[in-house]
Ligand binder design. Structure first.
Ligand code: ADP
Length: 345
């Protein structure tokens, strides 16, 4: 026996399965490590561990264990990807079902909402028709009552004592107020639904000049100074918009403080709208009353303090809303008020 054969015999032999077991163990180790440090790689499994396992497996056991390590690694990675894909698909299906259910519920709610809106606008129209008919029909008997009361007062005044004369005066004043209120109601009931066909491109600068001409006497009497920035053109029912500007400026003159009235009109673009503002330095309004004054027949003062029927701003709001805008006020008692209205640009 040669010396070389002798050495070969003395070297301890590896059991045949050991390299394969080592390769599998290395891959198992790589799997545990790679999945353990997955969060550090943003949820992705790093493949370096598997590559190392294949290299170590091959260098320890040769081609067979190296190939085994490769196949097991590929199996594990693909298995994991497969499981992940199925989980994602399952999750997607569940979200899809939830989405379809939410969509159906939304459609149902939408349908109910549009039915309610329809019913509401129908009853609103009916109410307006009722208010119009009522105020229209009430005008005639009230006018008759007014005429005959005045006639009675004229012919019988000589036979009346002071008390009867005062009562007669109250009756005539009350009839006058009632006529103004009925007229206001009539305007209110028509403000929000007529004139759609009269909408046209309207120059707001011209409207303000017309209003200033209309209010010439009150402006001269109060010494008011009215200033106006350049205003835009808007799509509006000219007569109605003029009514809004007139009402707000007339109020600024009526509710003036003990100083010279100063009124400033301007407009600025806000998204898809023009926001107009009419600012005064009058008596102002407490902010808790800022919504109340837009209600029908809502007033903050008695007829003795300031005459009026409390419907002007309600009509203005109905007109502006009819144009797709909003009307509101910002004010402080004693510091003046700024009325804002928006109109689509
Ligand atoms: P009216 O002037 O006939 O009372 P409006 O509807 O025009 O009716 O106004 C409602 C109320 O809002 C008024 O009674 C008044 O109290 C308040 N108001 C309106 N404009 C102003 C203003 N510029 N400054 C202070 N108060 C105001």
């Amino acid at each position: 026996m040669s010396a070389a054969d002798q050495t070969q015999k003395e070297r301890p032999q590896k059991p045949a399965l050991q390299p394969y077991l080592v390769a599998v163990l290395l891959v198992a180790l790589a799997t545990v490590l790679s999945f353990g440090i997955k969060p550090l790689f943003g949820g992705r499994v790093p493949l370096t561990g598997f590559t190392l396992a294949v290299i170590l497996g091959a260098s320890y056991g040769g081609l067979g264990p190296g190939l085994l390590a490769t196949f097991v690694s590929i199996g594990i990675v693909f298995g994991f990807v497969g499981v992940a894909i199925s989980l994602i698909v399952h999750q997607l299906r569940r979200s899809n079902v939830a989405l379809v259910r939410a969509k159906n519920e939304l459609e149902l709610a939408n349908h109910q909402l549009s039915k309610r809106t329809e019913a509401l606008s129908r009853s609103n129209e009916e109410l307006q028709r009722f208010a119009y008919a009522l105020s229209h029909d009430l005008q005639t008997p009230l006018r008759t009552a007014g005429i005959f009361t005045e006639r009675l007062a004229l012919h019988q005044e000589a036979h009346m004592d002071e008390g009867a004369r005062a009562s007669m005066r109250f009756i005539i004043e009350a009839i006058g107020r009632m006529q103004a209120m009925i007229q206001g109601l009539l305007e209110y009931s028509t403000a929000s639904h007529d004139g759609e066909d009269q909408k046209a491109v309207t120059d707001c600068n011209t409207l303000v000049q017309l209003v200033i001409a209309d209010l010439h006497n009150s402006i001269a009497e109060s010494g008011a100074v009215i200033t106006c920035d350049p205003l835009p053109m808007v799509d509006a029912i000219e007569e109605r918009l003029r009514q809004v500007i007139l009402n707000i400026i007339a109020n600024a003159l009526k509710y003036r403080a003990d100083r010279r009235p100063e009124i400033h009109i301007s407009a600025k673009r806000m998204g898809n709208d023009w926001a107009f503002s009419i600012q005064d330095n009058g008596i102002g309004i407490a902010m808790e009353d800022a919504e109340k004054i837009f209600g029908v027949f809502q007033r903050l003062h008695t007829a003795r303090e300031y005459e009026g029927s409390g419907i002007g701003l309600a009509v203005c709001r109905a007109i502006i809303e009819r144009h797709g805008g909003r009307l509101w006020v910002e004010s402080e008692l004693g510091q003046g008020s700024t009325f804002f209205f928006s109109l689509p640009a």
